[in-house]
Design a protein around this ligand. Structure first.
Ligand code: TXA
Ligand code: MG
Length: 339
Protein backbone atom coordinates (compact mmCIF):
# COMPACT_ATOMS: atom_id res chain seq x y z
CA UNK A 1 0.00 0.00 0.00
CA UNK A 2 1.22 3.55 -0.68
CA UNK A 3 2.04 5.67 2.36
CA UNK A 4 -0.42 8.48 3.19
CA UNK A 5 1.28 11.06 5.42
CA UNK A 6 0.36 14.31 7.11
CA UNK A 7 2.26 17.22 5.52
CA UNK A 8 4.65 17.98 8.39
CA UNK A 9 7.80 19.95 7.56
CA UNK A 10 9.73 16.69 7.62
CA UNK A 11 7.38 15.07 5.16
CA UNK A 12 7.44 18.07 2.81
CA UNK A 13 11.26 17.82 2.89
CA UNK A 14 11.04 14.09 2.21
CA UNK A 15 8.65 14.66 -0.73
CA UNK A 16 10.96 17.34 -2.12
CA UNK A 17 13.96 15.01 -1.78
CA UNK A 18 12.07 12.35 -3.70
CA UNK A 19 11.19 14.80 -6.48
CA UNK A 20 14.86 15.74 -6.74
CA UNK A 21 15.75 12.05 -7.02
CA UNK A 22 13.41 11.78 -10.01
CA UNK A 23 10.65 10.02 -8.09
CA UNK A 24 6.90 10.59 -8.20
CA UNK A 25 4.95 12.05 -5.25
CA UNK A 26 1.18 12.53 -4.87
CA UNK A 27 0.16 15.99 -3.68
CA UNK A 28 -3.08 17.79 -2.90
CA UNK A 29 -4.24 20.82 -4.87
CA UNK A 30 -7.42 22.87 -4.47
CA UNK A 31 -8.93 21.18 -7.56
CA UNK A 32 -7.96 17.47 -7.39
CA UNK A 33 -4.91 15.50 -6.19
CA UNK A 34 -1.96 15.37 -8.59
CA UNK A 35 0.80 12.87 -9.33
CA UNK A 36 3.86 15.12 -9.29
CA UNK A 37 7.31 14.86 -10.87
CA UNK A 38 10.17 17.21 -11.75
CA UNK A 39 9.10 18.98 -14.97
CA UNK A 40 12.71 19.17 -16.16
CA UNK A 41 13.48 15.47 -15.72
CA UNK A 42 12.53 13.35 -18.70
CA UNK A 43 12.93 10.14 -16.67
CA UNK A 44 10.68 11.39 -13.85
CA UNK A 45 8.02 12.47 -16.35
CA UNK A 46 8.21 9.04 -17.94
CA UNK A 47 7.49 7.46 -14.52
CA UNK A 48 4.30 9.52 -14.21
CA UNK A 49 3.00 8.32 -17.58
CA UNK A 50 3.84 4.74 -16.72
CA UNK A 51 2.29 4.87 -13.27
CA UNK A 52 -0.94 6.38 -14.60
CA UNK A 53 -1.06 4.27 -17.74
CA UNK A 54 -1.50 7.59 -19.53
CA UNK A 55 -1.19 7.75 -23.31
CA UNK A 56 2.02 9.56 -24.26
CA UNK A 57 0.12 11.97 -26.52
CA UNK A 58 -1.70 13.55 -23.56
CA UNK A 59 0.44 16.46 -22.24
CA UNK A 60 0.87 17.34 -18.56
CA UNK A 61 0.22 20.51 -16.55
CA UNK A 62 3.28 22.03 -14.87
CA UNK A 63 2.65 23.55 -11.42
CA UNK A 64 4.57 26.65 -10.45
CA UNK A 65 4.74 28.86 -7.40
CA UNK A 66 4.15 32.08 -9.31
CA UNK A 67 4.67 33.92 -12.58
CA UNK A 68 8.39 34.30 -11.87
CA UNK A 69 8.85 30.56 -11.76
CA UNK A 70 6.56 30.14 -14.78
CA UNK A 71 8.85 32.30 -16.87
CA UNK A 72 11.76 29.94 -16.27
CA UNK A 73 10.06 27.35 -18.50
CA UNK A 74 8.53 29.69 -21.11
CA UNK A 75 9.98 31.21 -24.25
CA UNK A 76 8.06 33.95 -25.98
CA UNK A 77 10.51 33.80 -28.90
CA UNK A 78 7.86 31.49 -30.36
CA UNK A 79 5.66 34.55 -30.87
CA UNK A 80 8.40 36.74 -32.27
CA UNK A 81 6.85 39.67 -30.42
CA UNK A 82 9.40 42.22 -31.60
CA UNK A 83 8.86 41.51 -35.26
CA UNK A 84 6.56 43.95 -37.11
CA UNK A 85 4.95 40.95 -38.81
CA UNK A 86 4.21 38.30 -36.20
CA UNK A 87 4.71 34.67 -37.19
CA UNK A 88 1.10 33.94 -36.39
CA UNK A 89 -1.96 35.86 -35.25
CA UNK A 90 -1.81 36.72 -31.59
CA UNK A 91 -3.94 38.78 -29.19
CA UNK A 92 -2.89 42.37 -28.75
CA UNK A 93 -0.71 43.14 -25.74
CA UNK A 94 -0.36 39.47 -24.96
CA UNK A 95 2.17 40.05 -22.17
CA UNK A 96 -0.06 42.51 -20.38
CA UNK A 97 -3.07 40.19 -20.81
CA UNK A 98 -1.16 37.29 -19.25
CA UNK A 99 -0.13 39.54 -16.41
CA UNK A 100 -3.74 40.52 -15.80
CA UNK A 101 -4.87 36.88 -15.91
CA UNK A 102 -2.24 35.67 -13.45
CA UNK A 103 -2.88 38.65 -11.23
CA UNK A 104 -6.61 37.93 -11.13
CA UNK A 105 -6.58 34.10 -10.96
CA UNK A 106 -3.24 32.88 -9.59
CA UNK A 107 -2.77 31.13 -7.37
CA UNK A 108 -5.90 29.23 -8.37
CA UNK A 109 -7.69 26.94 -10.81
CA UNK A 110 -6.65 28.57 -14.09
CA UNK A 111 -4.21 26.74 -16.39
CA UNK A 112 -2.63 28.74 -19.22
CA UNK A 113 -1.21 27.15 -22.36
CA UNK A 114 1.86 29.15 -23.44
CA UNK A 115 4.99 28.69 -25.60
CA UNK A 116 7.53 26.50 -23.79
CA UNK A 117 11.26 26.88 -23.42
CA UNK A 118 13.70 24.23 -24.69
CA UNK A 119 14.59 23.48 -21.05
CA UNK A 120 11.39 21.45 -20.82
CA UNK A 121 11.91 17.93 -22.18
CA UNK A 122 9.51 16.98 -25.02
CA UNK A 123 7.94 14.19 -22.94
CA UNK A 124 6.59 16.74 -20.45
CA UNK A 125 4.40 18.30 -23.14
CA UNK A 126 3.77 15.25 -25.35
CA UNK A 127 6.06 16.77 -27.96
CA UNK A 128 4.11 20.03 -28.24
CA UNK A 129 5.88 23.40 -28.46
CA UNK A 130 3.50 24.71 -25.82
CA UNK A 131 3.17 23.98 -22.11
CA UNK A 132 0.13 24.14 -19.81
CA UNK A 133 0.87 25.68 -16.42
CA UNK A 134 -0.81 26.93 -13.31
CA UNK A 135 0.01 28.09 -9.80
CA UNK A 136 -2.06 26.04 -7.31
CA UNK A 137 -3.41 27.74 -4.20
CA UNK A 138 -3.45 24.70 -1.88
CA UNK A 139 -1.02 25.46 0.96
CA UNK A 140 0.52 21.98 0.87
CA UNK A 141 1.16 22.19 -2.88
CA UNK A 142 2.72 25.60 -2.34
CA UNK A 143 4.96 24.41 0.48
CA UNK A 144 6.17 21.56 -1.70
CA UNK A 145 6.81 23.90 -4.67
CA UNK A 146 8.74 26.19 -2.37
CA UNK A 147 10.83 23.37 -0.89
CA UNK A 148 11.51 21.80 -4.29
CA UNK A 149 12.30 25.14 -5.90
CA UNK A 150 11.21 24.25 -9.44
CA UNK A 151 8.15 23.41 -11.53
CA UNK A 152 6.28 20.17 -10.77
CA UNK A 153 4.36 18.45 -13.58
CA UNK A 154 1.29 16.73 -12.24
CA UNK A 155 -1.67 15.12 -13.94
CA UNK A 156 -4.62 14.17 -11.76
CA UNK A 157 -3.56 11.30 -9.49
CA UNK A 158 -5.87 8.62 -10.86
CA UNK A 159 -5.25 5.70 -13.18
CA UNK A 160 -5.75 6.97 -16.72
CA UNK A 161 -9.42 7.33 -17.65
CA UNK A 162 -10.67 6.77 -14.09
CA UNK A 163 -12.44 9.31 -11.85
CA UNK A 164 -10.13 12.06 -10.54
CA UNK A 165 -9.19 11.87 -6.83
CA UNK A 166 -10.34 14.49 -4.33
CA UNK A 167 -8.95 12.84 -1.17
CA UNK A 168 -5.67 11.12 -0.28
CA UNK A 169 -7.64 7.90 0.18
CA UNK A 170 -8.86 8.07 -3.45
CA UNK A 171 -5.22 8.21 -4.61
CA UNK A 172 -4.38 5.28 -2.37
CA UNK A 173 -7.30 3.29 -3.79
CA UNK A 174 -6.14 3.85 -7.39
CA UNK A 175 -2.50 3.04 -6.68
CA UNK A 176 -2.90 0.38 -4.00
CA UNK A 177 -0.18 -1.80 -5.57
CA UNK A 178 2.45 0.98 -5.44
CA UNK A 179 4.08 0.36 -2.07
CA UNK A 180 6.67 3.11 -2.58
CA UNK A 181 4.30 5.93 -3.45
CA UNK A 182 4.23 8.79 -0.95
CA UNK A 183 0.91 10.65 -0.71
CA UNK A 184 0.77 14.00 1.08
CA UNK A 185 -2.62 14.27 2.75
CA UNK A 186 -4.04 17.77 2.37
CA UNK A 187 -7.64 16.87 3.22
CA UNK A 188 -10.55 16.91 0.76
CA UNK A 189 -10.05 19.23 -2.23
CA UNK A 190 -12.04 22.46 -1.88
CA UNK A 191 -13.10 22.81 -5.53
CA UNK A 192 -13.34 19.17 -6.61
CA UNK A 193 -13.10 19.53 -10.40
CA UNK A 194 -10.01 20.17 -12.52
CA UNK A 195 -8.79 23.64 -13.48
CA UNK A 196 -10.04 25.68 -16.42
CA UNK A 197 -7.57 25.30 -19.33
CA UNK A 198 -7.15 28.41 -21.51
CA UNK A 199 -5.00 28.13 -24.63
CA UNK A 200 -3.37 31.50 -25.27
CA UNK A 201 -1.41 30.18 -28.25
CA UNK A 202 -4.51 29.75 -30.41
CA UNK A 203 -6.18 32.75 -31.97
CA UNK A 204 -8.56 33.79 -30.61
CA UNK A 205 -7.68 32.21 -27.23
CA UNK A 206 -9.78 29.16 -26.52
CA UNK A 207 -11.04 27.38 -23.42
CA UNK A 208 -9.99 23.72 -23.82
CA UNK A 209 -11.54 22.56 -20.55
CA UNK A 210 -14.17 24.45 -18.53
CA UNK A 211 -13.61 24.76 -14.77
CA UNK A 212 -14.18 26.97 -11.75
CA UNK A 213 -12.73 30.06 -13.44
CA UNK A 214 -15.54 30.91 -15.85
CA UNK A 215 -15.47 32.05 -19.48
CA UNK A 216 -17.28 35.17 -18.36
CA UNK A 217 -14.46 35.96 -15.93
CA UNK A 218 -11.86 35.34 -18.63
CA UNK A 219 -13.75 37.58 -21.07
CA UNK A 220 -13.53 40.35 -18.49
CA UNK A 221 -9.82 40.42 -19.39
CA UNK A 222 -9.76 39.03 -22.96
CA UNK A 223 -13.15 39.77 -24.53
CA UNK A 224 -12.71 37.45 -27.54
CA UNK A 225 -12.03 34.23 -25.57
CA UNK A 226 -13.74 31.36 -27.38
CA UNK A 227 -15.57 28.59 -25.58
CA UNK A 228 -17.04 25.91 -27.84
CA UNK A 229 -20.38 24.56 -26.60
CA UNK A 230 -19.90 21.51 -24.37
CA UNK A 231 -21.44 18.94 -26.68
CA UNK A 232 -19.18 19.88 -29.60
CA UNK A 233 -16.15 20.76 -27.55
CA UNK A 234 -12.97 19.35 -29.02
CA UNK A 235 -11.20 17.51 -26.24
CA UNK A 236 -7.81 18.79 -25.09
CA UNK A 237 -4.97 16.98 -26.82
CA UNK A 238 -4.82 13.32 -25.93
CA UNK A 239 -8.11 13.17 -24.06
CA UNK A 240 -10.80 10.82 -25.25
CA UNK A 241 -14.54 11.21 -24.83
CA UNK A 242 -14.64 8.57 -22.09
CA UNK A 243 -12.78 10.14 -19.24
CA UNK A 244 -13.27 10.77 -15.56
CA UNK A 245 -15.32 7.57 -15.68
CA UNK A 246 -16.44 5.15 -12.97
CA UNK A 247 -16.12 1.42 -13.73
CA UNK A 248 -19.87 0.80 -13.43
CA UNK A 249 -21.70 2.05 -16.54
CA UNK A 250 -23.09 5.51 -15.79
CA UNK A 251 -25.93 7.39 -17.41
CA UNK A 252 -27.38 10.88 -17.16
CA UNK A 253 -31.13 10.91 -16.73
CA UNK A 254 -33.83 13.60 -16.59
CA UNK A 255 -35.57 13.93 -13.20
CA UNK A 256 -38.92 13.22 -14.86
CA UNK A 257 -37.72 9.77 -16.07
CA UNK A 258 -35.87 8.66 -12.99
CA UNK A 259 -38.63 6.86 -11.12
CA UNK A 260 -39.85 4.96 -14.15
CA UNK A 261 -36.33 3.79 -14.87
CA UNK A 262 -35.93 2.54 -11.32
CA UNK A 263 -39.26 0.70 -11.43
CA UNK A 264 -38.34 -1.19 -14.57
CA UNK A 265 -34.77 -1.91 -13.64
CA UNK A 266 -33.68 -5.55 -13.45
CA UNK A 267 -31.02 -4.91 -10.81
CA UNK A 268 -30.00 -2.42 -8.13
CA UNK A 269 -29.12 1.08 -9.35
CA UNK A 270 -26.93 3.66 -7.62
CA UNK A 271 -28.45 7.09 -8.07
CA UNK A 272 -26.72 10.45 -7.70
CA UNK A 273 -29.89 12.41 -7.01
CA UNK A 274 -30.76 16.00 -6.23
CA UNK A 275 -34.02 14.72 -4.75
CA UNK A 276 -33.80 11.29 -3.13
CA UNK A 277 -37.45 10.89 -2.20
CA UNK A 278 -38.92 7.65 -3.51
CA UNK A 279 -35.57 5.97 -4.17
CA UNK A 280 -35.94 2.76 -2.15
CA UNK A 281 -34.01 -0.54 -1.83
CA UNK A 282 -32.65 -2.40 -3.71
CA UNK A 283 -31.66 0.93 -5.25
CA UNK A 284 -29.15 3.16 -3.49
CA UNK A 285 -29.39 6.93 -3.31
CA UNK A 286 -26.47 9.32 -2.95
CA UNK A 287 -27.74 12.79 -2.22
CA UNK A 288 -26.15 15.55 -4.30
CA UNK A 289 -26.03 19.23 -3.27
CA UNK A 290 -28.05 21.81 -5.19
CA UNK A 291 -25.45 24.54 -5.30
CA UNK A 292 -22.98 24.13 -8.17
CA UNK A 293 -19.90 24.76 -5.97
CA UNK A 294 -20.90 22.03 -3.51
CA UNK A 295 -21.98 19.71 -6.33
CA UNK A 296 -18.55 20.10 -7.97
CA UNK A 297 -16.82 19.50 -4.66
CA UNK A 298 -18.64 16.21 -4.05
CA UNK A 299 -19.03 14.87 -7.61
CA UNK A 300 -15.94 12.63 -7.84
CA UNK A 301 -16.36 11.35 -4.29
CA UNK A 302 -19.98 10.48 -5.12
CA UNK A 303 -19.01 8.72 -8.37
CA UNK A 304 -16.39 6.67 -6.54
CA UNK A 305 -18.86 5.81 -3.79
CA UNK A 306 -21.52 4.82 -6.35
CA UNK A 307 -18.92 2.65 -8.06
CA UNK A 308 -18.28 0.77 -4.82
CA UNK A 309 -21.92 -0.21 -4.23
CA UNK A 310 -21.97 -3.16 -6.65
CA UNK A 311 -24.92 -1.83 -8.59
CA UNK A 312 -25.65 -2.70 -12.21
CA UNK A 313 -25.67 0.93 -13.25
CA UNK A 314 -25.14 4.45 -11.97
CA UNK A 315 -27.91 6.91 -12.79
CA UNK A 316 -27.09 10.60 -12.45
CA UNK A 317 -30.07 12.91 -12.11
CA UNK A 318 -29.46 15.70 -14.59
CA UNK A 319 -28.51 18.86 -12.70
CA UNK A 320 -29.38 22.36 -13.94
CA UNK A 321 -27.20 23.95 -16.63
CA UNK A 322 -28.00 27.59 -16.18
CA UNK A 323 -24.67 28.86 -14.99
CA UNK A 324 -21.06 28.43 -15.88
CA UNK A 325 -19.96 26.20 -13.06
CA UNK A 326 -22.86 23.90 -13.91
CA UNK A 327 -21.49 23.97 -17.45
CA UNK A 328 -18.12 22.70 -16.23
CA UNK A 329 -19.91 20.03 -14.19
CA UNK A 330 -21.89 18.94 -17.27
CA UNK A 331 -18.62 18.60 -19.16
CA UNK A 332 -17.39 16.09 -16.55
CA UNK A 333 -20.75 14.30 -16.42
CA UNK A 334 -20.78 13.96 -20.18
CA UNK A 335 -17.33 12.35 -20.07
CA UNK A 336 -18.20 10.11 -17.11
CA UNK A 337 -21.21 8.78 -19.01
CA UNK A 338 -19.80 8.61 -22.55
CA UNK A 339 -20.06 5.18 -24.20
O1 TXA B 1 -6.81 21.00 -11.78
C1 TXA B 1 -5.99 20.47 -12.53
O2 TXA B 1 -5.69 20.95 -13.63
C2 TXA B 1 -5.32 19.16 -12.06
C3 TXA B 1 -4.46 19.46 -10.84
C4 TXA B 1 -3.66 18.29 -10.39
O3 TXA B 1 -3.67 20.59 -11.10
N1 TXA B 1 -4.56 18.56 -13.11
C5 TXA B 1 -5.13 17.95 -14.18
O4 TXA B 1 -4.20 17.37 -15.03
O5 TXA B 1 -6.31 17.91 -14.37
P1 TXA B 1 -4.61 16.37 -16.19
O6 TXA B 1 -3.33 15.84 -16.72
O7 TXA B 1 -5.57 15.37 -15.69
O8 TXA B 1 -5.22 17.30 -17.30
C6 TXA B 1 -4.39 18.14 -18.07
C7 TXA B 1 -5.19 18.76 -19.18
C8 TXA B 1 -5.46 17.75 -20.26
O9 TXA B 1 -6.78 17.95 -20.73
C9 TXA B 1 -4.43 18.10 -21.32
O10 TXA B 1 -4.84 17.73 -22.61
C10 TXA B 1 -4.31 19.62 -21.15
O11 TXA B 1 -4.42 19.83 -19.77
N2 TXA B 1 -3.01 20.12 -21.60
C11 TXA B 1 -1.81 19.92 -21.02
N3 TXA B 1 -0.82 20.47 -21.75
C12 TXA B 1 -1.40 21.06 -22.81
C13 TXA B 1 -0.90 21.80 -23.92
N4 TXA B 1 0.40 22.04 -24.09
N5 TXA B 1 -1.81 22.24 -24.82
C14 TXA B 1 -3.12 21.99 -24.65
N6 TXA B 1 -3.65 21.31 -23.61
C15 TXA B 1 -2.80 20.83 -22.71
MG1 MG C 1 -6.98 13.89 -15.42
Amino acid sequence: MPRVVQPSDDMIAEASRRLRAGEVVALPTETVYGLGADTLSEAAIECVYQLKGRPFNNPLIAHVLDWNQAQSILDFGFWNLDSPTPVQPIIQNVRSKIQQLTHAFWPGPLTLVLPKSDRVPPRATAGLSTIALRAPSHPVARRLLQAFGGPISAPSANRSGHVSPTTAQHVRDDFSSEADLLILDGGPCALGIESTVLDLTSFPPRVLRPGSVTVEQLRGIIPDVEAPPIATQAASPGTTALHYAPRTPAELIASSQLHERLQHSTGPMAVLALDVTGIAPPHRAIVMPRSPAEYAQSLYRALREADSLNCVRILIEQPPAHDELWRAIHDRLRRATAV
